[in-house]
Design a protein around this ligand. Structure first.
Ligand SMILES: *[C@@H]1O[C@H](CO)[C@@H](O)[C@H](O)[C@H]1NC(C)=O
Ligand SMILES: *[C@@H]1O[C@H](CO)[C@@H](O)[C@H](O)[C@H]1NC(C)=O
Ligand SMILES: *[C@@H]1O[C@H](CO)[C@@H](O)[C@H](O)[C@H]1NC(C)=O
Ligand SMILES: *[C@@H]1O[C@H](CO)[C@@H](O)[C@H](O)[C@H]1NC(C)=O
Ligand SMILES: *[C@@H]1O[C@H](CO)[C@@H](O)[C@H](O)[C@H]1NC(C)=O
Length: 534
């Protein structure tokens, strides 16, 4: 029911692996006229779509107007039973809420159960993202973007001695390009505070005053920011994979301080579950098996050294790429988002790399969403499915990063003490913002906290989330008195990476009956690593 794919994002980030599936269907968004009201038309067979006008700047309506792509899976309850919209954000930033709802809306209805028909399940592409206009775009054509991405793949900061230097150069070029190509002048208005304001406006357009919301991954930053800005407008806020809300000594959270170090607290723990799970599963279920976890770890270390010394070219009819050190590291890191789905494939791919069997190792492309070079080079459509919003939102939200290359190197080395995977999210996130130029002075910078929300927040974490550890969730919880944290006892990013009827039951109680889980609740998952390839 839940798909493991996610779109390629230039930098980082906190996009849930499950919910970013590309919609199989398409819909001619350009044929809808943007309106200040919700004028629904049927779309994607069972859904309804509209384009909602929102101001670039809520304090100055004259600056300009964006049109959000909004979608709903409508309920069918009577007027008396109707309970309004539940908004959903899939993370990223830059993930398409539209495509995620198309892919997963019916599953959410199942989770909510027979009373799901009392709600409209709603999502939207945040400003600058995907089907919303104007879209954040630094490139004149999709072909130009594809060429940039092909030349600047996400490289491990540990790939070579000049990897950080190189990434710094790329970031500064991209930052300058973004500033220069910002024809619609929208970039500085894409920040999370404005997306929170958009959510309030959408809710009001439905005729409701308070937000009902489910956000995963970066969607937790959005939900918590909303709660901090509009504490009296909270009907239900459920945030899952409660990342990026650490408060450092200076009271600036990880997200808004461009320092995601704390987010890597459990990454290595998640990798350890691969070793442990593989040893427990045995050679039939885990292709990278050895009798003990320690031996599997050693086997991976040897493979990494071998790939470092000599990469493997992979050429298949479906695509091609070079399996080098960065590729292997990314495959490992990204598989940690979704262990139940991806570990069996990871093990097969690692064994194939060891045997230098490129054709079989091509399985690993699925984990990093590649064939590495993908471009419909013949067409450049107005509503292109790719955009450059991720870096614009992440960097535009945060404090200005003015680090020198030496400081970035020191930052990375410091973060590498927290996790061996600091080379990606934490390190690359910081480096990729070091060349950003477009900031709005009056953007929300925190604190992400509220003494009293009109309804308590529900937070969810897993025991080994590679990018949103329990430590971060606990800090968030402390900033919202009355909120409750549910822990799902599984590795992976957000609770949706493992299936747990217990967790779903608490989701249902929260949305339907406003009942929070008892403090300290731990939910088991109903599946075992390596046993249940979906
Ligand atoms: C609402 O839809 C469900 C299926 O999604 C159906 O079982 C139910 O009968 C419908 N209710 C009404 C009042 O139409
Ligand atoms: C980033 O955060 C970590 C702790 O999460 C801290 O040790 C480190 O000093 C911070 N770095 C900067 C540059 O603020
Ligand atoms: C390019 O777009 C045109 C018009 O939308 C369409 O007819 C054509 O099939 C597309 N070509 C490819 C290769 O997708
Ligand atoms: C970087 O790579 C070297 C050589 O492969 C390895 O010894 C070291 O542990 C790596 N550093 C990190 C932080 O992963
Ligand atoms: C919190 O807010 C609610 C309604 O918004 C109010 O009824 C309650 O008295 C407040 N509690 C405190 C401690 O301020």
């Amino acid at each position: 029911m839940i798909l493991p794919s996610r779109p390629f994002l230039l930098s980082a980030i906190l996009l849930s692996p499950i919910l970013a599936a590309r919609a199989a269907d398409t819909f001619p968004w350009d044929q809808l006229t943007p309106s200040p009201d919700l004028n629904w038309v049927q779309c994607y067979s069972i859904f309804q779509c509209t384009r909602l006008e929102v101001p670039f700047d809520y304090s100055d309506p004259n600056v300009g107007t964006a049109a959000l792509a909004v979608i709903r899976l409508p309920g069918n309850a009577s007027d008396e039973q109707y309970r309004g919209p539940i908004l959903f954000n899939p993370g990223g930033p830059g993930g398409s809420g539209v495509d995620s709802l198309v892919a997963n809306g019916p599953s959410f209805q199942t989770v909510l159960g027979s009373q799901s028909n009392q709600f409209d399940l709603v999502s939207f592409d945040p400003r600058g993202v995907h089907y919303s206009t104007p879209v954040a775009s630094f490139f004149a054509t999709d072909v130009e973007r594809a060429l940039w991405n092909a030349g600047a793949p996400p490289t491990s900061l540990n790939q070579s001695s000049d990897a950080i230097t190189h990434a710094w150069g790329q970031a500064h070029l991209l930052g300058a390009l973004a500033a220069q190509r910002d024809a619609s002048q929208i970039l500085k208005y894409l920040t999370t505070d404005n997306v929170a304001r958009d959510m309030l406006l959408i809710t009001q357009k439905f005729g409701f005053e308070k937000l009902q919301y489910y956000g995963i991954s970066y969607g937790t930053v959005l939900g918590a920011t909303f709660a901090a800005m509009f504490p009296d407008k909270v009907e239900r806020i459920l945030i899952d994979g409660a990342s990026s809300l650490n408060f450092c000594v200076v009271d600036a959270e990880a997200w808004f301080s461009a320092n995601l170090t704390i987010e890597a607290s459990d990454t290595d723990k998640a990798l350890q579950t691969f070793f442990d799970g593989c040893a427990a599963a045995g050679p039939d279920l885990c292709a990278f098996y050895k009798p003990t976890a320690a031996e599997i770890a050693d086997r991976l270390t040897a493979l990494t050294a071998s790939i470092r010394a000599q990469p493997i070219p992979i050429l298949t009819p479906a695509g091609y790429g070079v399996a080098d050190y960065s590729f292997l590291r990314r495959v490992l890191f990204e598989s940690l988002y979704n262990p139940f789905t991806l570990f069996p494939t990871l093990a097969q791919g690692l064994a194939a790399l060891e045997a230098r069997d490129g054709a079989t190792a091509a399985k690993l492309f699925a984990i990093v969403q590649e064939p590495q070079f993908q471009c419909d080079c013949s067409n450049n459509t107005a509503f292109s499915p790719t955009d450059d919003s991720t870096v614009a939102i992440q960097c535009g939200d945060a404090v200005e990063v003015t680090d020198s290359i030496e400081e970035l190197t020191e930052f990375y080395q410091n973060a590498a003490r927290t996790s061996q995977f600091a080379e990606f999210l934490v390190g690359s996130g910081r480096v990729s913002c070091s060349g950003w130029q477009v900031y709005r002075e009056d953007r929300f910078k925190g604190p992400v906290a509220a003494a009293n929300t009109s309804f308590p927040l529900m937070l969810v974490t897993t025991t080994a989330d590679p990018v949103a550890p329990k430590a971060a969730a606990l800090k968030t919880q402390a900033r919202f008195p009355g909120s409750v944290l549910l822990t799902q006892d599984s590795p992976g990013h957000t609770s949706l990476s493992g299936s747990s009827l217990c967790t779903f039951g608490h989701f249902r109680e929260y949305f339907l009956n406003g009942i929070l889980p008892p403090p300290g609740t731990v939910c088991p998952v109903d599946e075992t690593l390596f046993w249940c390839p979906r």
